[in-house]
Design a protein around this ligand. Structure first.
Ligand SMILES: Cc1ncc(COP(=O)(O)O)c(C=O)c1O
Length: 400
């Protein structure tokens, strides 16, 4: 029998992908499943990048590129980062890879030695802790619940930092809460970080253009604390704002030493990201501002109507999203109740029953490190959300 490595034995499947598979299985059995699990836009890739992708194929832009992406794309990314957060990066301070997920993975591989700690607040994006473990690091989880408005506070950050702390990893707006850190909140975190120069800052900005109030771009730590630039990694990609999840383009801007190490790591692992996708991403960044505006307006309207629907469900408490496309729903009022002889003890029990009996797929908060909650994606039509919420009402109505 094949003997797997220790690493393979410790590896867990991405819980969201597992849930997606379970929902598909039920659908294959003929059930009408509504999936609110997926973290991707339901609208197509915009026309400009789609056409650029076709053009790349037709013009034979189909060969290897540098492992860290073409110079042309890195220049365009530098312009975007400059516009959004006011920091200037050279092309040597930017690397492009096959998705932001791999960018985060490569950054952790290049930062962590065995036993190094990476601070992550709850509720977190499901992949962060496992990625830290795969880099032989230790996720240092800070519990941030309702009291902290689900965000890392300066007090909790200060308490968590110790001699082993290598990095702080966070995203704003957040997956799963859709809440963002205000400039004041970032300033307060920066004051703590300033006292600990060994701590790198990994800012996952995947949703920074999908914001509903206060400007086109989410506030950034480097806007309020530009002095932290030399230890901050700014991460983004094409997946969310340009609806390019399948094209697999992500990037990072940061200190040259770290970026060079990540680029070398990419050159020994994935190799260059797709030349076709790079060509498309370049066109997207250059030409899709009006598309982003339209998408934000659409998401804002879905957010407003979905919020109304969900808040009418008995016992649900929902935080109003600042951006992204997730509802973070507090279901604690229902834990401990019984559904047809089954006690609903955890968010996993709640979400499992909702899927198995009412055919609505959601992500239990426990997968994001905080039990008693569930994450719903509102990157679905308003009618779909309405039907899903009606099923939730039926479910909740059966709880005793
Ligand atoms: C918070 C966050 N970061 C990073 C990513 C990675 O995106 P991709 O690998 O598609 O570029 C995602 C995707 O779901 C995400 O939600």
């Amino acid at each position: 029998m094949v003997q797997l490595s220790k690493r393979a034995q410790n590896l867990k499947t991405s819980p969201t992908l597992f849930l997606v598979a379970k929902a598909k299985e039920l659908a294959a059995q003929g059930h009408d499943v509504i999936s609110l699990t997926v973290g991707e836009p339901d609208w197509p890739t915009f026309q400009i990048p789609s056409r650029a992708g076709i053009e790349a194929i037709e013009k034979n832009i189909t060969k290897y590129t540098p492992a860290n992406g073409t110079v042309e794309l890195r220049k365009v990314i530098a312009g975007k980062v400059q516009n959004e957060i006011g920091q200037t990066y050279s092309t040597k301070e930017i690397t492009v890879a096959s998705g932001a997920k791999f960018i985060i993975f490569a950054a952790l591989q290049m930062l962590c030695s065995p036993g190094d700690e990476v601070i992550i607040g709850t509720p977190y994006w499901v992949s962060y802790p496992m990625m830290v473990e795969l880099a032989d690091g230790v996720p240092h989880i800070i519990e941030c619940g309702e009291m902290e408005n689900y965000k890392i506070t300066p007090e909790k950050l200060e308490k968590a930092i110790n001699a082993k702390t290598k990095a702080l990893l966070f995203c704003s707006p957040s997956n799963p809460t859709s809440l963002l850190y205000s400039a004041e909140e970032l300033k307060a975190l920066a004051e703590v970080l300033r006292k600990h120069p060994q701590v790198a800052i990994i800012s996952d900005d995947m949703y920074n253009r999908l914001v509903f109030a206060g400007g086109k771009v989410a506030p950034h730590i480097l806007q309020v604390a530009p002095d932290l630039r030399e230890r901050t990694l700014v991460i983004n990609g094409g997946s969310k704002a340009y609806s390019m999840t399948g094209w697999r383009i992500g990037w990072a801007a940061g200190p040259e030493r770290l970026i060079t190490a990540m680029a070398d790591y990419q050159s020994q692992s994935t190799g260059s990201p797709s030349s076709i996708s790079q060509h498309a991403a370049m066109a997207a960044i250059q030409g899709c501002e009006p598309d982003i505006e339209q998408v934000v307006a659409k998401l804002r309207s879905r957010k407003d109507s979905g919020l109304n629907e969900l808040r009418s469900v008995h016992g649900f408490k929902v935080a109003e999203p600042d951006g992204a496309f997730y509802f973070w729903v507090d279901i604690r009022a229902h834990l401990g109740k019984t559904h047809q002889d089954k006690v609903i003890r955890t968010s996993k029990d709640f979400c499992d029953t909702l899927l198995e009996k009412y055919f609505v797929a959601t992500v239990p908060g426990v997968e994001c490190g905080l039990d008693g909650f569930m994450r719903l994606s509102f990157a679905v039509s308003e009618d779909t959300m309405k039907s899903a919420v009606n099923r939730m009402k039926d479910f909740v109505g059966q709880l005793v």
